[in-house]
Design a binder for this molecule. Structure first.
Ligand code: AP5
Length: 223
């Protein structure tokens, strides 16, 4: 699971980790945006809150994430969890959902606030597949996604006001999770500054050290 402030690069790194380890990427934000786009009832309820930078209710999030985590691909291969849990209540509900299993590791991407503000202001996303771009690394053709040809735009919640609110809620509701997962001996803090490739190398090193034995086999498979 990957934690971090808004704009710390959670989405960017989770996509890379899911490719690297060939496991599903489970993102509460992406699932909510898909529900908004399909005009599903859940999406309509969530949209106003998301656009204002508010958190969606714990119950709604965990029902949605719980359904995804029950799917066979996730059960078989494991998963990279992005953007959830975001409150202590969600973390406790997640523990119940996963029991008797537990999370393997929680990565906190550390990035100073002035840098996340700069990244969020520069962020552009594909409305169709959600691929992330930024003003400094745009798609090859202006406004057109390299991956699927969809339109590349600024996210509705990347306004100054909504970003401020999301960061405020992060400090109040999400930062206490660091203590929660440190106490559970699951927390690894990784420097999220520098180029995305460099951050991925750091994260992969930490995960491999934690989850693989000296021969590169998953520790869970050791006799
Ligand atoms: P969500 O989609 O999860 O948004 P977020 O938490 O605000 O996180 P961001 O997507 O803004 O940041 P990120 O860390 O993923 O950064 P990214 O990789 O994009 O949630 C949206 C909303 O849904 C919430 O506000 C809430 O309303 C609701 N919601 C979702 N989950 C919820 C939950 N569990 N409970 C309640 N409500 C929930 O990177 C940012 C930019 O930086 C990009 O442009 C990227 O290209 C660039 N970048 C990334 N890494 C680097 C790097 N190393 N160097 C330079 N640029 C970089």
């Amino acid at each position: 699971m990957v934690l971090g402030k808004q704009g710390a690069g959670k989405g960017t790194q989770c996509v890379r980790l899911s490719h690297h380890y060939v496991v599903p990427h489970v993102s509460s934000g992406d699932m909510l945006r898909a529900a908004v786009k399909s005009r599903a009832e859940l999406g309509l309820r969530a949209q106003v809150l998301m656009d204002q930078g508010e958190l969606v209710s714990d119950e709604l999030i965990m029902e949605m994430v719980g359904q995804r985590l029950a799917q066979p691909d996730v059960r078989l291969r494991g998963f990279v969890l992005d953007g959830c849990p975001r409150t202590i209540t969600q973390a406790e509900m997640l523990d119940e959902l996963l029991a008797p299993e537990t999370l393997d590791l929680v990565i906190d991407l550390e990035v100073p606030t002035h840098l996340v503000l700069r990244r969020l202001a520069a962020r552009r996303v594909c409305v169709d597949c959600g691929t992330n771009y930024s003003v400094s690394s745009p798609p090859a053709l202006k406004g057109i996604c390299d991956v699927c040809g969809g339109e590349v735009v600024q996210r509705e919640d990347d306004t100054e006001e909504a970003i401020g609110r999301r960061l405020e809620l992060y400090e109040r509701q999400t930062a206490p999770l660091l203590h929660f997962y440190r106490r559970a001996n699951l927390l690894a803090i990784v420097n999220g500054t520098g180029a995305a490739d460099a951050v991925t190398r750091r994260v992969v090193r930490v995960i491999d050290e934690h989850l693989m034995d000296d021969r590169g086999r998953p520790r869970s498979e050791r006799a």
